[in-house]
Design a protein around this ligand. Structure first.
Ligand code: 3H9
Length: 690
């Protein structure tokens, strides 16, 4: 007996109960006593069959991720599963909640699996830059067939019981009490005359259509977007088919250990914990209760407002969508309909689901219709006057306790809150476009925002599948403020001699899905142009392009040329000529610019701004900034976010190059932030300076 593992013997059936909160991760504190319990049950003649079950909210959620990268402690998970497979007595895994990663692998070491109907199973290792390392890629193909196993392993997505049962991954669904049904199931199996086979002894499902399987594997490489783990996982599934069991298992372990030691996995593990840390907010402890939210109001049915309405409707919440007049409302609702129709066409939702989601969105042109809403978010024009007007009107109609949210991407939330009689109920909810797709939600905490308003925003974000990060008030908050630092240099690089294609290539080689100029063309140069004009800002090249009718992909010309409505960017000699003309006009001397300089002048100012954001307390932790950039701006997952990357790459090197550019240009953007300087001197990570 130990704190985490206890065995009870019920008339010949040993029930080994694991209890390692919160998610029964297979840390050493669980592996070691479980190994002993299994050895004892194996040796005990009174034990005729074994059931492995878990206490708490879930079956085993996998290996303990925090142990990776530390010296291994025996017994390992493969040792445990090896021991399980040496037991002839029937072994049954009783699954509730989620059996993930090493948890599922342990269950695959049992003869049988019984699960509650609500349970899920999966091998999410690729999402941590890993491959399953305790037989998952070798046993699952033998159990469900290589094609199905490949899908589960490379997607990392858990599957529900209908699918698991039909694939044969689970032998029985428990409709009543899991533990007693697992015991009865074990008894049934004992009573059967037939021998109990371990998965390793089975090869009946390994027959495959070679060509189709190879095509599926090639597709994995194409879709991996520069990540190595899915490709390696697919290789390991192929080994399960082409190699004998023991050799495939040994090779899987080798690949797993390589992956654990990789930067890609370190980055993804960092993001796993960073995402969970970000939800922990100063002053918002577990004792702070979220306010009940049953109906959402959204003001503005443009691209952003429509997307926000969809995000809530997709999460099951009814939405009242307000526009100024019937025409604008009809246009907005029509666009939402079209977006859902697109999802149906792509097969991501059913026609019924589309109908259900649309039915949750109710249009109105009257503020009075918002009176019953528990939270209203505005997505109107980005001008303080307009926002103040909207908040004044909201203050009049909303019931006491309702939350007033703004989707502003840079305006002062405190100033907006000040026009209301209830600044404690005002919060920023900054969605990212397209709002129904992008995961990030910056929750902007005003000076007077009440803790339970933040708790409500965090709970809502989770309810609609967003990744929330709480940030403070400043121009652009975390994401857009750092983006502005980078953006300033993009045009300067073009004027000084780089081409859009050259800059974009450096970005994609770094791992971004696309570079800044392709991105600008995709989102529409006119939108940024209008924004600049309203702020009294200029960007010589982008402004000139807009004046010449280059609005990006939608007009067939932007920083690139797009022929016949295609999305392939083609370098445009006219744009090049325009850049050179502008450089001459501004007296900028042109020279050749290399990849290193492009990184130093775009990524380093971003990191520097991130350090300032930390100094000012706008972000609570460096890892929060990473969560923002990975989920809102496509920062390469494999690099873990700008601040994580900076720590690994070397703050001293970054400071040295910032100083170089500061000296050369005199631009304050490059002046190293004190926090970054301190890190360069002391080493360690940003967290060590907190
Ligand atoms: C693996 O298994 C490798 C093997 O193939 C080979 C080995 C040889 N380890 O998410 P939550 C913590 S790789 C350590 O908020 P939920 C988490 O940080 C692993 N800690 O709860 C949080 O801590 P805190 C493959 C873990 O109810 C707390 O538990 N498995 C682990 O929303 C609650 O987590 C996975 O990738 C872990 N494995 O969701 C599954 N898991 O409270 C990872 C959680 O201090 N886990 N924690 O912030 C999950 O997907 C979700 O946690 C789960 C529950 C769905 C289980």
């Amino acid at each position: 007996m130990s704190d985490t593992v206890s065995t009870t013997l019920e008339d010949g059936i040993a029930v080994i109960l694991l209890d390692n909160p919160p998610v029964n991760a297979l840390g050493h504190n669980l592996r070691e006593p479980l190994f002993r319990a299994l050895e004892a049950a194996k040796a005990n003649d009174e034990v005729k069959a074994i059931v492995i079950a878990c206490a708490g909210r879930t079956f085993i959620a996998g290996a303990d991720i925090s142990e990776f990268g530390k010296p291994p402690k025996a017994p390992s998970l493969p040792d445990l599963i090896g021991l399980l497979e040496s037991i002839d007595k029937p072994t049954v895994a009783a699954i509730h909640g989620t059996a993930l990663g090493g948890g599922l692998e342990l269950a695959l070491g049992c003869h049988y699996r019984i699960a509650e109907r609500s349970a899920k199973i999966g091998l999410p290792e690729v999402t941590l830059g890993l491959i399953p390392g305790a037989g998952g890629t070798v046993r699952l193909p033998r159990l469900v067939g290589p094609e199905a196993a490949l899908g589960i392993i490379v997607s990392g997505k858990p599957i529900g019981m209908d699918e698991a049962f039909s694939l044969g991954a689970v032998d029985r669904i428990a409709e009543g009490d899991l533990k007693s049904e697992a015991i009865s199931f074990a008894r049934e199996k004992l009573a059967e005359e037939a021998p109990h086979h371990h998965i390793r002894e089975r090869s009946d499902k390994l027959q495959i259509d070679d060509a189709a399987f190879e095509t599926a594997i090639e597709q994995v490489a194409r879709k991996a977007r520069g990540l190595t783990a899915p490709v390696k996982a697919a290789e390991s599934v192929r080994n399960a088919v082409t190699m004998e069991f023991g050799a495939a298992l040994a090779r899987e372990r080798e690949i797993f250990l390589e992956r654990v030691a990789s930067e890609e996995s370190a980055a993804q593990r960092h993001l796993f914990f960073a995402t969970r840390e970000a939800a922990k907010v100063r002053g918002v402890g577990r004792d702070i209760e979220a306010r009940p939210v049953a109906r959402i109001g959204v003001i503005g049915a443009g691209t952003m407002g429509g997307g926000i309405a969809m995000a809530f409707a997709n999460g099951g919440l009814p939405v009242t969508l307000l526009e100024m007049n019937d025409e604008a409302l009809a246009r907005g609702l029509h666009q939402i309909d079209r977006n859902y129709a697109g999802s149906v066409k792509r097969g991501s939702i059913s026609e019924d689901e589309k109908t259900a989601r649309l039915a949750r969105i109710q249009g109105t042109t009257s503020y009075d219709a918002l009176a019953g809403c528990d939270l209203v978010i505005e997505a109107v024009f980005e001008k303080m006057d307009v926002k103040r007007q909207v908040f004044g009107a909201l203050d009049k109609v909303l019931k006491p306790g309702a939350i007033l949210a703004t989707n502003t991407s840079y305006l002062d939330v405190n100033e907006i809150a000040a026009v209301t009689s209830r600044p404690q109920d005002v919060v920023g909810l900054h969605f990212f476009s397209p709002a129904h797709i992008m995961k990030l939600l910056e929750i902007v905490r005003g000076d007077r925002t009440a803790p339970d308003v933040l708790a409500t925003a965090l709970a809502l974000a989770r309810r609609i599948g967003k990744v929330p990060v709480v940030v403070g008030v400043c121009n652009g908050f975390v994401g857009n403020r750092m983006l502005a630092a980078r953006r300033e240099q993009n045009e300067a690089l073009l004027l000084e001699g780089a081409t859009p294609a050259q800059v974009d290539k450096v970005f994609t080689q770094f791992g971004w899905p696309m570079g800044p100029f392709q991105m600008a063309d995709l989102s529409g140069l006119d939108i940024a142009w209008n924004n600049r004009k309203s702020l009294g800002q200029t960007a010589p090249i982008a402004d000139a392009l807009c004046e010449a009718g280059h609005f990006g992909q939608k007009s067939g010309r932007g920083f690139y040329l797009y022929e016949d409505g295609a999305r392939i960017p083609i370098p445009d000699p006219d744009v090049q000529a325009l850049i050179e003309r502008k450089a001459a006009e501004l007296g900028v001397e042109r020279r050749s610019i290399d990849a290193e300089e492009i990184i130093e002048r775009t990524l380093y100012p971003m990191i520097n701004e991130g350090a300032r954001i930390l100094e000012e307390g706008i972000a609570t932790r460096a890892s929060d900034i990473d969560v923002v950039w990975v989920n809102g701006y496509g920062f390469p997952l494999a690099k873990g976010g700008p601040m994580f990357w900076a720590e690994r790459f070397g703050p001293a090197r970054i400071v040295e190059r910032l100083e170089h550019w500061h000296g050369r240009t005199g631009n304050a953007l490059f002046e190293p932030a004190p926090l970054l300087r301190q890190l360069a001197l002391t080493g360690g990570g940003f967290a060590s300076l907190a």
